[in-house]
Each structure stands twice: as C-alpha cells, then as structure tokens.
Design a protein around this ligand. Structure first.
Ligand code: 5GP
Length: 193
C-alpha cells in the first residue's frame, strides 16, 4: 500500500539489525486517517470470506484491528496479556514469545467470544517470526473456529513469520513487506496490496 510505504520511509526509524520503529503513527501515537484507510484495505481483501470476528493481541494490534472490524461490521476481540479478576469464566490461552520484548507471555481470550460458527481474520501491526499470530491461531482453532487469514500492516519478509503461517495453511495479506534494511534504510519487497 503506497501511502503506508511512503509514511514508513518518511517517519520510520531502523533500530539495529531487524527492528523498525513506527511509534509516531502506528504503535504509540496513532494516525487515525491512515489507520482507517489501512483497515478498509485489509477488510476489502477479506470481504468475500464471510468473516464473523476480527482477532488481535494487545496492545498495538488493537488500533488496526478495530478499523478492520469497523469496515467488516463485525466484533473485534483482543487477546489479553495479563489475566485480571474479571476473567472468571472459561479462558483459552497460548504461550507467545515476544520478538520485541524477548519474554514469553501467556495470552488469553474468553472462550465465550469464539465458537465453531466463527470465521476469524487475525490482524496485527507487525509480522516478524509469526509467534503472535501462531498463538492466536492455536486459541481460535481450540475454540472450534476457522482462521480465514492473517492481515498484517508491516511484514518483515526477511524473518520467518510468513512461511510459518503459510505452512499452517493460513493465507497472509500484508500492506507493506520489507525485504531488508540496508545502511539504516528500508528496502521494500512488492506488497500484497
Ligand atoms: P512475531 O510474533 O511475528 O515474531 O512478532 C510480531 C509482534 O512483535 C508484533 O505484534 C509486534 O508487536 C512486535 N514486532 C515485531 N517486529 C517489530 C518491529 O520491527 N517493530 C515493532 N514496533 N514491533 C515489532
């Protein structure tokens, strides 16, 4: 998606070997116009798939996921990283290793929000090694629901996430695909949209 690639080039910062910082429009401060447009483009890619729920993981997946859900007119559910005392009924959990925080955390979704009737679109801000998406797929499948695909804002194509998801039989759609970082600059691969 051209507007996203242009924004990454303008405001993204490459940190070290493999991290892109985009906190001025995506992961901390949110540009709602761009976010809404991205949500609509991802929703359009899955509009014919009869999606019933959008699922993401807190925190930075929530903003893109809510706009995808708005466009598809379905509920958005975010997996929680910390259990709290209001989660009294059945919960489904998965262990997810965080690429950026380098810790494993237990993520959970209340089982009442997913059923065998559901066709789910997973949405996240980044795809790196695919651990977040894999944990969500695991939870969704254990609820008896189907995963229709994974919609990603920024995919780092030099990491293993896409292949992991394709090997699991799940289609991936990314608005921007980064082939590599070269001398601190972002080099794009052709995006899916
Ligand atoms: P994965 O689970 O695919 O290895 O990593 C995806 C998760 O890690 C995303 O939910 C995102 O929060 C975080 N992440 C991975 N790579 C980056 C990155 O380059 N920049 C930022 N800001 N977050 C990232």
């Amino acid at each position: 998606m051209k507007a996203l690639e242009e924004r990454i080039l303008k405001d993204g910062q490459v940190l070290g070997e493999n991290i892109l910082k985009v906190d001025s429009f995506l992961t901390h401060q949110v540009d709602f116009r761009l976010m809404k447009e991205m949500g609509q483009v991802l929703a359009d890619a899955y509009r014919s798939k009869e999606i019933t729920k959008v699922v993401t993981i807190e925190a930075s997946g929530i903003a893109p996921a809510v706009y995808v859900a708005e466009s598809l007119e379905v509920p958005m559910i975010f997996a929680k990283k910390h259990k709290n005392i209001t989660m009294t009924e059945g919960i489904l959990t998965a262990e997810v290793y965080s690429f950026t925080k380098q810790v494993t955390s237990t993520v959970s979704i209340a089982s009442k929000f997913l059923s065998s009737e559901d066709r789910v679109l997973i949405v996240d801000d980044f795809l790196a090694n695919g651990q977040a998406a894999k944990g969500l797929i695991d939870i969704i499948q254990r609820a008896g629901a189907q995963v229709a695909g994974v919609g990603i804002i920024i995919e780092k194509s030099f990491q293993d996430g896409r292949q992991l998801l394709l090997d699991a039989g799940v289609p991936v759609t990314s608005l921007a695909r980064i082939e590599k970082f070269q001398d601190g600059q972002v080099v794009f691969a052709p995006a899916d949209i």
